[in-house]
Write a protein that binds this ligand. Structure first.
Ligand code: SF4
Ligand code: SF4
Ligand code: SF4
Length: 237
């Protein structure tokens, strides 16, 4: 949420986003079970992280949840729905998940990505070799935010529509002239990776990947972003 907020309030205040955001409270649930794709702790986050949440729920061994109220908005929610909350801490909580620690170094990765000599490195071919450009990874990613704006004609009327979009599609950068500056999948894959670990941090001093592993789980051909993260970390002195 913090990541999206930075994008949509940066050089232009996107009221379609901010107006909705004003009306919501974020209730997060601490994670108790990591799978093989999870790596949030390797990119500086945690299964029970509080950043961006108004209330954090932790599962209780006795059933139900322990509620940690983190913001004023969270407090307002609790006072409005008093019947859902009880006093006390509810007893012991279930153990918090422990994802495997990956051998990655975000600073080294950033340094490697900053070097123009690596722009055409063979790793992009290698990572995109199996990729079918389905866009699944960008559509499930909680920090992906790309969109397109289309004018739709309806008789003598029309409407301007904001559509979800993703950089793994071949038409994402296709110009009306037919020219496509990212004409192949390795270039698109390099863009996705650079977006997460170079472009976003350069602009917002934050990481563009939260290590949720969704892109790995959803990929129909088992492309795993952590393979590139590990390899690039090891390539840098
Ligand atoms: S693990 Fe994949 S889906 Fe999750 S934030 Fe990182 S790039 Fe996005
Ligand atoms: S990875 Fe691609 S779709 Fe996702 S935010 Fe970056 S450019 Fe957009
Ligand atoms: S989900 Fe896999 S196959 Fe689909 S675009 Fe992403 S990396 Fe390529």
């Amino acid at each position: 949420v913090i990541s999206l907020n930075k994008v949509f309030t940066w050089d232009y205040i996107d009221t379609l986003f901010t107006e909705r955001q004003k009306k919501i409270a974020v209730i997060a649930v601490a994670c108790n079970k990591a799978d093989d794709s999870c790596f949030c702790t390797s990119v500086g986050y945690a299964p029970d992280g509080t950043e961006g949440s108004d209330i954090l729920l932790k599962k209780l061994k006795s059933g139900g949840y322990q509620a940690h109220v983190l913001t004023e908005r969270g407090e307002e929610l609790v006072s409005e729905y008093k019947a859902l909350f009880a006093d006390g801490d509810g007893g012991e909580i279930e153990p918090i998940a422990k994802p495997d620690e990956l051998d990655i170094d975000l600073d080294k990765m950033k340094k490697w990505l900053d070097d123009p000599a690596n722009f055409d490195h063979p790793i992009w071919e290698q990572m995109a070799a199996k990729c079918v450009g389905c866009g699944g990874c960008t559509f499930v990613c909680p920090t992906c935010h790309c969109f397109d704006i289309v004018d739709e004609p309806h008789g003598d009327q029309g409407r301007r529509v904001k559509n979800w979009d993703g950089c793994q599609f071949d038409h994402f950068t296709l110009h009306a002239s037919g020219h496509n500056p990212r004409e192949n999948q390795p270039q698109r894959w390099r863009n996705r990776f650079s977006c997460k670990f170079k472009i976003y941090p350069d602009r917002f001093e934050k990481k563009g990947c939260v290590g949720c592993g969704r892109c790995i789980r959803v990929c129909p051909v088992n492309v795993d972003i952590t393979e590139a993260m590990t390899e690039i970390s090891q390539m840098t002195a």
